[in-house]
Design a protein around this ligand. Structure first.
Ligand SMILES: Nc1nc2c(ncn2[C@@H]2O[C@H](COP(=O)(O)OP(=O)(O)OP(=O)(O)O)[C@@H](O)[C@H]2O)c(=O)[nH]1
Ligand SMILES: [Mg+2]
Length: 302
């Protein structure tokens, strides 16, 4: 399956819920009137675009309808597509394309959102692009977590640095930095345990980890990616707000878009948080992680 096909496939549920609803509304109304606009508004809200975003989209739509004297239903669809696409567009630096190597990526997020899986996919992505990758098993909370990352390392065909259960994540990262330098690694990716319930500890730990990296690899390009689960809807937005308080998040990985019919959440996340969504998960397979390209997303959705 091609890249775009995979994206389309991953957005199937959202498409069925949202786009089909929009189509049905537009088909059901002969002319553009207030009732039609109200139904469109409901469709946006029920697809998790969020109240604020829905209002913004509707305002822009009304403006266009007025200015361009839109009367035909298909033209509304096109206008909506453009409005949403514009809302998602950030400048270049927000796209996921690390140009400076070596780089270190620390992956954070609450339990079960898809951190370890995304790291496996990322490792595979870089490896496939000719980069030398090393993983650090920084989730030392459970032995099973270390083993799970090990399985992904094998699948992706990359090495992993580990210590035992209960080890200090910073110590694992220290080992990993040393190994990365010795092996001339391009990308070091670090797993972490999801523990938002203890903010103070999390902050201390993330701080300690970044100091290890700064000290060991002072010139390295560093990213902290927050993983959010799209199926948790507006809750994901709240998680991001909490994590922003303790970490300097450079981007978001939004997982499980294939598992939700409310893919509008991505618009909510991009706009309300001001943190770019850099990667999206559209399935459980190793090649089901994609850089987030707003135009492609909107095209796949409509
Ligand atoms: N459908 C789908 N499932 C996903 C995606 N990403 C992750 N998952 C699934 O989500 C579940 C949890 O993923 P993990 O990678 O273990 O999550 P985690 O954040 O590392 O969890 P903890 O280590 O417990 O904190 C697994 O069953 C994954 O297969 C995705 O993009 N789509
Ligand atoms: Mg994990």
């Amino acid at each position: 399956m091609g890249f775009f096909e995979k994206l389309k496939n991953g957005l199937k549920k959202t498409k069925e819920n949202f786009t089909n609803k929009i189509d049905a509304i537009l088909a059901g109304f002969g002319k553009v009137d207030e009732d039609l606009l109200e139904e469109l508004e409901d469709a946006l809200i029920s697809s998790d675009f969020g109240y604020g975003m829905t209002e913004e989209i509707m305002q822009s739509l009304r403006k266009r309808i007025r200015e361009q004297k839109i009367t035909k239903a298909p033209d509304i669809k096109e206008a909506m597509q453009e409005i949403i696409s514009d809302m998602l567009t950030f400048d270049d630096k927000n796209f996921f394309e690390i140009k400076d190597f070596p780089a270190v990526i620390t992956v954070i997020g609450v339990n079960g959102v898809g951190k370890t899986t995304s790291i496996g996919k990322l490792a595979y992505y870089y490896k496939s692009n000719g980069k030398k990758v090393l993983l650090a098993a920084g989730d030392t909370f459970r032995a099973a977590a270390i083993d799970q990352l090990g399985i992904w390392a094998d699948r992706a065909g990359v090495d992993m640095i580990r210590q035992g259960e209960g080890a200090d994540p910073s110590a694992v990262l220290f080992d990993a930095c040393r190994a990365a330098k010795a092996r001339k690694t391009d990308v070091l990716i670090c797993d972490t345990a999801g523990r938002l319930h203890n903010k103070k500890n999390l902050m201390a730990e993330l701080g300690k980890m970044s100091r290890v990296v700064e000290k060991e690899m002072p010139d390295i390009h560093s990213e902290t990616l927050l993983v959010l689960d799209a199926t948790t809807g507006q809750n994901a937005v709240n998680q991001a707000r909490e994590f922003s308080k303790v970490a300097n998040i450079t981007g978001i990985i939004l997982t499980k878009l294939d598992g939700t019919s409310k893919g509008g959440i991505i618009v909510s996340i991009c706009r309300e948080l001001g943190i770019p969504v850099k990667l999206i998960g559209v399935g459980e397979g190793i090649d089901d992680l994609q850089p987030f390209v707003p135009q492609d997303y909107v095209k796949a959705l409509f």
